[in-house]
Design a protein around this ligand. Structure first.
Ligand code: NAD
Length: 250
């Protein structure tokens, strides 16, 4: 489980651990990661914290090797990482694009490349990508997410076809507005840009959600756990939005 010291990754790791998976969790900051590992272990989970920066290839190789060494197999890969900076297209320079490509896209490519041989050796597996509802409906001010998560979604569809004969199922879960630190930070940034309060920004987000509230991280984690479970044995190549009805497309 990638990027799991807080937010959606943490909630997904907790749900997988509850369902009996041994979970390797990673994030850059060792301190927050070990606190999260402590919480999952206290709830009875088998957890391995691995501090790593997923935008660096050698760290991904190390995470995969340590996971297989500890658990003897790699059955489920959940890709996730921190969100990219926000701002209009004209404010994003080449350096920001390259950093976002490394973080959001190349990390996923490298994680899949590392995990697939282990899944093939086990006769199957699950790859689950945390993306965003921005792949269904672009979000204003989030051009890096809008562009690069669509690339991850297309990669997932391609892999779902290539890997179906290996019984490796590949799907995406697209969060809508979910109450995590990331959303609080984005609301603060938008408020500063527009000269309004973060509370105003939050109300504006909620006004567009038919269910009238943000999601909770645990509600997202349950959908990741479903895709990892035997119940999802015939589901591949899809994106499941978890957005309280925010996406207006069919
Ligand atoms: P978050 O910022 O609360 O948590 C991100 C996690 O990623 C943290 O554990 C952080 O330590 C880790 N991380 C960041 N960069 C990393 C790196 N280079 N290597 C390893 N770990 C790294 O974010 P979140 O709200 O949990 O969202 C997770 C993902 O889902 C993000 O990409 C976000 O953009 C996306 N998303 C979130 C929402 C939402 O409403 N929360 C909506 C749509 C999309």
């Amino acid at each position: 489980m990638c990027a799991a010291s807080r937010g959606l990754g943490k909630a997904s790791a907790a749900a997988l651990a509850r369902d009996g998976f041994g979970v390797a969790i990673c994030a850059r900051g060792a301190e927050a990661l070990s606190a999260t590992a402590g919480e999952i272990a206290a709830a009875g989970g088998d957890v391995l914290p691995l501090a790593a920066d997923l935008s660096r290839r050698e760290e991904i190789d190390r995470v995969i090797a340590a996971t297989v060494e500890r658990f003897g197999a790699l059955d489920v890969l959940v890709t996730n990482t921190g969100g990219p900076p926000s701002g209009p297209f004209t404010s994003i320079d080449d350096a920001a694009w390259v950093e976002a490509i490394d973080g959001l896209l190349l990390s996923v490519v490298r994680l899949c490349r590392g995990a697939i041989p282990h899944m093939r050796a086990r006769g199957g597996g699950r790859i689950i990508h945390v993306t965003s509802i921005s792949v269904k409906q672009p979000i204003e001010g989030l051009v890096l997410s809008n562009a690069l998560r669509s690339a991850v979604t297309s990669l997932a569809k391609t892999l779902s076809i290539e890997l179906a004969p290996d019984n490796i199922l590949v799907n995406c879960v697209a969060p809508g507005y979910t109450r995590t630190d990331r959303v609080v930070e984005l609301a603060g940034q938008a408020a500063a840009r527009e000269g309004i309060t973060a509370g105003d920004v939050e109300q504006r987000m909620i006004a567009k959600i038919p269910m009238g509230r943000m999601g909770e991280p645990a509600e997202f984690g349950e959908v990741v756990a479903f895709l990892a479970s035997p119940a999802a044995s015939y589901v591949t190549g899809v994106t499941i939005p978890v957005d309280g009805g925010w996406t207006r497309g069919l």
